[in-house]
Design a protein around this ligand. Structure first.
Ligand code: PGA
Length: 250
């Protein structure tokens, strides 16, 4: 059985003090569920402190990005080892904001995925189409390309445990959510692709999250779809009660 996973992507929000306040509030409001794994992804500057505050809980810690190199002259970059040293078990890779605002291409995301996997950090691998791609009928080919290029050279054994996040770019931060049916259609397509690329067993066991304007009001219906196994939440994870309510409604 695959796991339901709800992750909060804090993006470039919350300085150190604000991060401490938010994680403490989340700890207070979150009702533990054995069937839902909860992950938070604070900015780099708060990872160490949040990690300490998460000790003794079963909330997972994720980074929002990572470099594909181990060390050296890569100004501004953060390595997998550095993330592990502050207790990160997960890393978001290929987020659409990294792709569109920072020019990350599939080939770079592929290198990052391989590095994370080889270092034992679980990737949350993001994919999704723009509105233009959807409206021009290219949605499935865009998603297929992102998945195939992103996972190139990654074996079934290596892929195992990787979390996939389908985030239609037009739904991120816009308040426009894909309908449960629209999202389900793409999730089923992704699962089928994984089956073709790897195996039915792997496809059935891979958590595929939906992301894009998830809130407490729509989380239940979205995650209630057969192939939607959780959510990657942006805006609505910045308030402890709305994040906790998403987990409750998942
Ligand atoms: P949003 O962001 O929930 O604010 O739409 C989701 C994401 O980018 O992961």
């Amino acid at each position: 059985m695959r796991k339901i996973i709800v992750a909060g992507n804090w993006k470039m929000n919350n300085d150190l003090n604000e991060s401490v306040l938010l994680i403490n509030e989340i700890k207070k409001t979150l009702v533990n569920r054995d069937d839902v794994k909860v992950i938070v992804a604070p900015p780099f500057t708060a990872l160490d402190r949040v990690s300490q505050l998460l000790s003794g809980t079963n909330i997972g810690l994720s980074a929002q990005n990572m470099c594909y190199e181990d060390s050296g002259a890569f100004t501004g970059a953060v390595s997998a080892k550095m993330l592990k040293s502050v207790g990160c078990e997960y890393v978001i890779l290929g987020h659409s904001e990294r792709r569109t605002l920072f020019g990350e291409k599939d080939a770079m995301i592929n290198k990052k995925l391989k590095k994370a996997i080889s270092e034992g950090i679980t990737p949350i691998f993001c994919i999704g189409e723009t509105l233009e791609e959807r409206e021009s009928g290219k949605m499935k080919s865009v998603i297929e390309e992102q998945i195939k290029n992103g996972l190139e050279g990654i074996s079934e054994a290596d892929f195992e445990g990787t979390i996939v996040a389908y985030e239609p770019v037009w739904a991120i931060g816009t308040g426009k959510t894909a309908t449960p049916e629209q999202a389900q259609e793409v999730h089923a397509f992704i699962r089928n692709l994984l089956k073709e690329m790897y195996s039915e067993n792997l496809a059935e066991n891979t958590t595929i999250q939906y992301g894009g304007s998830v809130k407490p009001e729509n989380a239940g219906e979205l995650i209630g779809q057969k192939d939607i196994d959780g959510a990657l939440v942006g805006g609505a994870c910045l308030k402890a009660d709305s994040f906790s309510n998403i987990v409750k409604n998942a």
